[in-house]
Design a protein. Structure first.
Length: 166
C-alpha cells in the first residue's frame, strides 16, 4: 500500500460558474452511474494545471474542455489554495495513482453565454453526462465527503456572487 504522505498534491483549478440568476453550474460525473441523488455524483468543473500555466488561464481552459464553452469571465478568486486528501481506498488508484489529493485554486465566474453553449459532448471522452443550475447553498450537500469542506468554504466565500444580475 502506498504511503499517502509520500505523494504530492496535484495542482488544480476549480470553477464556480454563476449564471445571470445567481445559480451555479454542477455537472454529473459520467463515471458515477445512477448518481442522481447520491452525494458526489455532481460537482463543479475542475481540472489540473499544466506545467507553467497560469491558474486564471487554466480555469477557462478547463471550462472549455469539460463543459464545451469558455464563455465566462472571472469575477472572483478564493484568496487561498484549498487542499483535500483522497480517502485511503483511492490512494494509488485515483488521479493516476500519483497524488494524495489536490491543491486547488478556485474562481468565481459569470457565465456570458446561453444554456445551449454548454456542450458536454464537445470532448471525445466527456467527464460529465448531465448538468444543471443549483443554488450556491446546495453545493456542500452534493459533494463527496472528502470534498465537502471545500464546497462549504466556497459557498461562504462566493456568497456575494449568488444573486441575479440587475
Amino acid at each position: 500500500m502506498t504511503d499517502p504522505s509520500s505523494l504530492p498534491y496535484r495542482p488544480n483549478v476549480g470553477a464556480v460558474l454563476f449564471n445571470r440568476d445567481g445559480l451555479v453550474l454542477v455537472a454529473r460525473r459520467a463515471d458515477f452511474p445512477n448518481a442522481e441523488g447520491a452525494p458526489g455524483g455532481w460537482q463543479m468543473p475542475q481540472g489540473g494545471i499544466d506545467d507553467n500555466e497560469d491558474p486564471r488561464g487554466a480555469v477557462l481552459r478547463e471550462l472549455a474542455e469539460e463543459i464545451g464553452t469558455d464563455r465566462a469571465e472571472i469575477i472572483g478568486e478564493h484568496p487561498h489554495w484549498l487542499t483535500y486528501d483522497l480517502p485511503a481506498d483511492l490512494i494509488g488508484r485515483a488521479l493516476g495513482g500519483r497524488y494524495r489529493g489536490q491543491r486547488q485554486r478556485w474562481f468565481a465566474l459569470r457565465f456570458l453565454g446561453a444554456d445551449t453553449d454548454i456542450r458536454l459532448d464537445a470532448d471525445p471522452h466527456p467527464e460529465f453526462d448531465a448538468w444543471r443550475w443549483v443554488a450556491l447553498a446546495e453545493l456542500p450537500g452534493l459533494a463527496v465527503p472528502f470534498k465537502r469542506d471545500i464546497y462549504e468554504v466556497l459557498a461562504t466565500s462566493f456568497a456575494d456572487f449568488a444573486r441575479p444580475d440587475s
